[in-house]
Ligand binder design. Structure first.
Ligand code: ATP
Ligand code: MG
Ligand code: FE
Length: 352
């Protein structure tokens, strides 16, 4: 099926077009620059930017794919989770398109979309199940067990406070670096010693294992970095910002990879899929690949343009739903900022 996917859950206006499992186009307009002076995504600004960018993004995606609106078999949209106001812009546009074109509409889960991105990687072997998936971005840090993309995704754990990308953004700010912090920390860490300072690994104590084995916490880490820097200053010590950046990054990477591989071992799953914008982090890829190899786990990382928020992954998930015979969504859905990952598709109509 030929499907156009609309993604507006955060600061990327993503329009993607797929034919079955083939990627035809993936247009992304980001309002990231507009958020830079606030040090993080401002929901109201993001929603307004989606409204302004959508029309042009849809036209660009259609042109690149070489198809017209009337060729589409279905429209797909992110219903949640994400920023409510931002989601509403995409949901409104998708409903209007579907009604205007008289095409079926599929409202889907953003997090499951991140997993579906993997399907579009033409060079990779087909995704096998079950697989553990680690999704890390500015808005979420989630560990999932995927038994079947269209029917069975289980949340093993998630962050109890800041997302991993958010931690990069906040620590970058402590170091006087601009937003977005991830690439800045990467740059600042060059030549730094990752073992110079032992920063805390959140929720990794033996006492955390019962309730929070697969959960993450990064706000304590951010505070630890702030406190360490204050102490050095108070004592008049010189310190290397490269060591701080490298040691902070190591703490994040270590806990992400450790918990993901623990899940693989615990559930007997030799596959780990990575997704989300933080996957751009070279150290994270490096450590994940190295430790997974030792554990006999295969790591899958879609190309970066499919890892960050995009519309193609939303279209890809809808294509899987169509191909597995699922009914379209009714128009009785809205923007659900806390949509649980178990709700892969929302408002599916009852078959006749
Ligand atoms: P969502 O949470 O809905 O996926 P988002 O826009 O916050 O949305 P992405 O666009 O996928 O997420 O990723 C942006 C985040 O990734 C930012 O927090 C940014 O700091 C982080 N990031 C980008 N590059 C790197 C990097 N090299 N290392 C670490 N973090 C990075
Ligand atoms: Mg983003
Ligand atoms: Fe995302």
């Amino acid at each position: 099926p030929l499907i156009l996917g609309i993604e507006t859950s955060c600061d990327e206006t993503g329009i993607g077009i797929v034919r079955g499992r083939t990627l035809l186009s993936n247009t992304i307009a980001s309002s990231m620059d507009e958020h830079a002076r606030y040090g993080g995504v401002v929901p109201e600004v993001a929603a307004r930017a989606h409204l302004e960018a959508l029309q042009a993004a849809i036209e660009a995606a259609l042109a690149e794919a070489g198809v017209g609106l009337h060729d589409l078999d279905a429209v797909a949209v992110t219903s949640g989770p994400g920023l409510a106001g931002a989601l509403m812009v995409g949901v409104g546009a998708a409903k209007a398109l579907a009604v205007g074109l008289d095409k079926p509409l599929y409202a889907v889960n953003h997090l499951v979309g991140h997993i579906a991105a993997d399907i579009l990687d033409a060079d990779a072997e087909p995704l096998e199940y079950p697989t553990v998936a680690l999704l890390v971005s500015g808005g979420h840090t989630s560990l999932l067990l995927v038994r079947d993309l269209t029917t069975d995704v289980e949340l093993l754990g998630e962050t109890v406070d800041d997302a991993a990308g958010e931690a990069f953004d906040k620590v970058a700010r402590l170091l006087g670096l601009p937003y977005p912090g991830g690439p800045q920390i990467d740059r600042a860490a060059v030549g730094g010693d990752p073992n110079a300072i032992r920063f805390p690994r959140g929720l990794s104590r033996a006492s955390d294992m019962a309730k929070h084995r697969y959960d993450f916490s990064f706000s304590g880490l951010k505070t630890a970095v702030a406190r360490w820097m204050e102490q050095q200053k108070a004592q008049g010590n010189e310190y290397s910002p490269a060591d701080v950046a490298a040691s902070f990054r190591e703490a994040v990477v270590d806990v992400l990879v450790t918990k993901a591989l623990d899940a693989c071992a615990q559930y007997g799953v030799p596959r780990l899929l990575l997704g989300g914008g933080v996957i751009a982090n070279k150290r994270l890829r490096e450590v994940a690949i190295e430790r997974a190899a030792k554990a006999g786990v295969t790591v899958r990382i879609p190309q970066l343009s499919l890892c960050t928020d995009n519309g193609a992954m939303i279209a890809a998930l809808a294509a899987e739903l169509v191909m597995s015979g699922r009914q379209p969504s009714t128009l009785a859905f809205g923007a659900d900022s806390t949509l649980p990952v178990t709700e892969i598709q929302v408002a599916e109509s009852v078959g006749v």
